[in-house]
Design a binder for this molecule. Sequence first.
Ligand code: A2P
Length: 338
Amino acid sequence: MSFRVAIVGATGLVGRTMLDVLAERQFPIAELRLFASERSAGTIIEWKNLQLRVEPLTMDVARSGFDIALFSAGSAVSREYAPLFANYGTTVVDNSSAWRTDPNVPLVVPEVNAHRALEHHGIIANPNCSTIQLAVALAPIERLFNIVRVVVATYQSVSGAGARGLAQLDAELAGTEPTVRISSHPIAHNTVFHPIADDGWSEEERKMMRELRRIMDRPDMAVIATCVRLPIYRSHAEAVWVECQHQIELPALIELYRTAAGIEYVPENYPTPLTASGTNAVWIGRLRPDPSNPHALALWVVADNVRKGAATNAVQILEVLVQNGRLSPAHSFAELRS
Ligand code: A2P
């Protein structure tokens, strides 16, 4: 069996990486069409020796009868177009935050809650990049010791903010004035926060706290996040402290980390953003028991935010659906909304 696939946002960093990951993992594709804004119409993207022409996204495209659409064109596009595609029978995996809190839309990290993907009604949400790698690292801890509280600080690359983030850092490193910005502070030689709201939290921090609880199916879990961007291009790192109900037995956790799918455990030395960049794994190191609390531990988690944090996770969701024969939803999105 092979599928008719649309990529919406195909010219973006995540969209292009989705194309790479589909090819690398030999996802079975019968037809592939690429969509972006009017600005990129006619751009040629090479994929597996094919020259694919980027088409503008219009309402009519939704009626084309795609089996699958991978969206990474921002929340506004997803809010408008994902339900249209779903209503015409296409299964959408959406990388934006538009649908992540909708109870009819599963929020899926395949290593953690693959079964939720099978409950979809036409749209499945890919979580926030920082949250995906955190959930993968925490799932074995939850399984063994039952998590009570998570305190996490992120060290995020600018690619998480798309082309604008890269452009600001590039301009600053070249000594020129950026024409677009993701922060009013300089990013080069600096650390900056995501925009902070009146309540004292950034939306990135709120997303991590809210999405982690949903993915892990633990609405009661205490989560505190501090999210920071560094002047690096690719991969996010996280310093994580976890408190559990049960006493920590490190050897049991190390055994799980050594064998868990999607995890690279680095006992000696430690993983860095350069270690993780270009890979699909979540890299874990610096595993340390908390000397002040036998129920707590600290760890360091790194992953490529464009791959595992976005494109790879989306393609893995498709693989779960194909393996379980669930590309078609049980009930359509249109039925649920009527
Ligand atoms: P375009 O290249 O034509 O602007 P990134 O997050 O890396 O900036 O990528 C965003 C992606 O979303 C790009 O492919 C971009 O296309 C696409 N995009 C932005 N706005 C729209 C829109 N209104 N309709 C379709 N695609 C869009």
